[in-house]
Design a binder for this molecule. Sequence first.
Ligand SMILES: CC(C)(COP(=O)(O)OP(=O)(O)OC[C@H]1O[C@@H](n2cnc3c(N)ncnc32)[C@H](O)[C@@H]1OP(=O)(O)O)[C@@H](O)C(=O)NCCC(=O)NCCS
Length: 193
Amino acid sequence: MKLSDQEDWLAELRLADGQTVCFRHVRPDDETLISAAIRTASRETLLHRFFSPIRTVSPDLLRRLLVIDRVKEACIVGLMADNGNMRIICGARYVRLPKPAAAEIAFTVHDDFQRRGLGTFLLKLLLQLARQDGIRWFEADVMVSNVGMLRLLRRSAPPPARKHCDGDVYHLEMDLDSWRGAGQGTNSRPVVA
Ligand SMILES: CC(C)(COP(=O)(O)OP(=O)(O)OC[C@H]1O[C@@H](n2cnc3c(N)ncnc32)[C@H](O)[C@@H]1OP(=O)(O)O)[C@@H](O)C(=O)NCCC(=O)NCCS
């Protein structure tokens, strides 16, 4: 199966090994692909993403992941053709918080594709979308043990304007206005929606 030209792609990224990842908004009919991605992810990845090493995907969680209210949230998924099948290999979302122009962000890159730049790319895509949607602050809860996410943010985001630690979780607040230049310079087609 090839990635269809008919899709409403936001961007694409060629990985170092030549494979192409295409990005679009998540859709309710992604249920099978999202469930497969969660089912095959490692315990650590699920723990860092959901703060609990879930194994089964409850109907409620699936609904929250798939049914997106674009007034309040956005969720981008990255797809790849893999041995004749389509696969969702990564995703990122923001959900508006009950305060002005602020949203909480979360990312997942499947274990098979971590440390290839996808998390960094998703952060830039999410940033572009969020700016278009009038968001000025990103907030993130990141486990203290989550070296990968903390490094990603340290490398690709400005120093957090506010940061505190609550037990084993850091809460970070990032000012998007101090992040000029980010979201550009990716080897992607630009975000169009
Ligand atoms: C955290 C996560 C999103 C990072 O995505 P990724 O695609 O692997 O990140 P990138 O390849 O863009 O790497 C960004 C930087 O972090 C570093 N990094 C990533 N994972 C790392 C790890 N496990 N240990 C050390 N460094 C790591 C990379 O080397 C890179 O740094 P560099 O530019 O100095 O080389 C991904 O590992 C993931 O989905 N983890 C599980 C879920 C999760 O933690 N979500 C975040 C909740 S908010």
